[in-house]
Design a protein around this ligand. Structure first.
Ligand SMILES: *Cc1c(COP(=O)(O)O)cnc(C)c1O
Ligand SMILES: [Zn+2]
Length: 411
């Protein structure tokens, strides 16, 4: 097991890793796992990690769990990095890639974090796991809890969860509770109840989730054969994934497994963009959005729990956060589906929407190796897809009818 510490990002205080912790007991700051990179690099090398299949656990020596044989895994990670030639031509980009994390076992990147987080729940001897969720976190947690034989409670904001995600959480046997309120309010309830009710919380304030999610950045460097992308576009909800990618790139660079880090662009939906507003206004304080609204329900977050870490990561990378409209998101979703055969849920198209906007405003380097992170699968939210599509046309069951419809020239 890699040597690591659970440390407060504000005051640096170290916390006991054998007890559940989501915030600093001294100052309330966010916690992060700090691994011994030297030790991890050496152990990865000795473990001949490159001979293992691309996956989260390919990098086991850099992930802080106690016993690799006790991992709860559904074979997460190892998702495709797709070279987008048609999209690249459409927007004049020489080297455009999409990391399609919607191909994870439950259809979103959340699985990368849950395999580590649920393994940690087992190590800590917890019997009930919980989360507040806009959908994908609950779908993923429910699946891993089923695998690990843990009780699972998920709190979802009433009426605002995409159909596929709800179906998943229910099918995997979680206690699904619909909260009268939005995501931010549901998260407050779970956090406050955690100690009292003995719940192990697997929202992205849990530092171990980030440790699984960071492997997506490792994978990208390996898939590009050691080349680090120059620009990375990523959707931002609570911000945990941006933090995880940045941590992953930095660690991979420190471990000499790649060289350099990308500039990161965090993309938020216009109706739920408190972090982008900070960059716009040059402010150091986040003003929560009271009633966040966007078609991309996975990033419909008004009060991002990880905002401090996220802002720090984006700035450190030399990047920033910006916004896209719902129309721009839905247009990017169609571009991905029609030019590349990739079907993301709306939040999974937000990164590309951000890039397209940057290209149009002449803010993007067209020759740079650019990766857009597509976070979730389109089948998660069939309602939104169908709403934007034309209805199927009905014909008689005859060749004449078909021929007439196709233009009547007997093609
Ligand atoms: C969770 C999620 C996001 C947002 O990730 P954060 O870590 O909260 O920023 C974006 N897209 C999809 C599909 C998600 O499930
Ligand atoms: Zn602290």
């Amino acid at each position: 097991m890699v040597t690591y510490e659970i440390r407060c990002i504000e005051c640096g205080e170290s916390h006991d890793p054998t007890r559940p912790a989501y915030a600093c007991t001294s100052c309330g700051g966010l916690l992060e796992a700090v691994i011994d990179e030297k030790e991890a690099a050496q152990a990865l090398d000795e473990g001949a990690f490159r001979d293992r299949p691309l996956s989260v656990w390919r990098y086991r020596e850099a992930i802080p769990v106690d016993d690799i044989s006790k991992v709860a895994s559904l074979r997460e990670g190892g998702t495709p990095l797709i070279r987008c030639r048609r999209l690249g031509e459409e927007f004049g980009l020489e080297s455009l890639w999409i990391k399609f994390d919607g191909t994870n076992p439950t259809g979103s990147f959340k699985d990368r974090g849950m395999t580590v987080g649920v393994t940690k729940a087992l190590e800590l001897g917890m019997t009930t796991v919980a989360c507040a969720s806009t959908g994908n976190t609950s779908a993923s947690l429910a699946a891993y809890a089923a695998l690990a034989d843990l009780d699972c409670v998920v709190l979802i904001p009433e009426g605002n969860v995409a159909l596929g995600k709800l179906a998943q959480a229910m099918m995997h046997g979680a206690d699904v509770l619909s909260v009268r309120g939005n995501f931010d309010q549901a998260l407050d309830v779970v956090m406050e109840a955690s100690e009292k009710l003995g719940l192990y919380v697997l929202n992205s304030v849990n530092p171990f989730r980030i440790e699984g999610q960071k492997t997506a950045a490792y994978e990208i460097c390996d898939q590009l054969k050691g080349v680090t992308p120059e620009a990375l576009y990523i959707p931002v909800g609570n911000g945990g994934n941006s933090v995880a990618y940045w941590k992953g790139f930095k660690e991979y660079d420190s471990m000499d497994l790649t060289s350099g880090c990308p500039t990161m662009r965090g993309i938020q939906a216009e109706g739920a963009a408190p972090i982008a507003a900070m960059f716009e206004e040059g402010s150091d304080h986040m003003k929560p959005v009271e009633e966040p609204e966007t078609v991309a329900t996975a990033i419909r977050i008004g009060n991002p729990a990880n905002w401090k870490k996220t802002v720090r990561a984006l700035k450190e990378s030399g990047g920033h956060a910006s916004t896209v409209t719902d129309d721009e998101i839905l247009e990017a979703q169609k571009f991905m589906a029609r030019l590349e055969g990739i079907f993301p849920e709306p939040a999974g198209a937000a990164a590309l929407a951000g890039l397209i906007k940057d290209v149009e405003e002449d803010l993007a380097d067209r020759s740079a190796v650019t990766v857009c992170v597509s976070t979730g699968h389109g089948l998660k939210d069939p309602d939104t897809a169908i709403r934007q599509s034309a209805e199927p046309r009905t014909i008689e069951a005859s060749v004449e009818a078909l021929s007439k419809l196709l233009g009547g020239d007997g093609r």
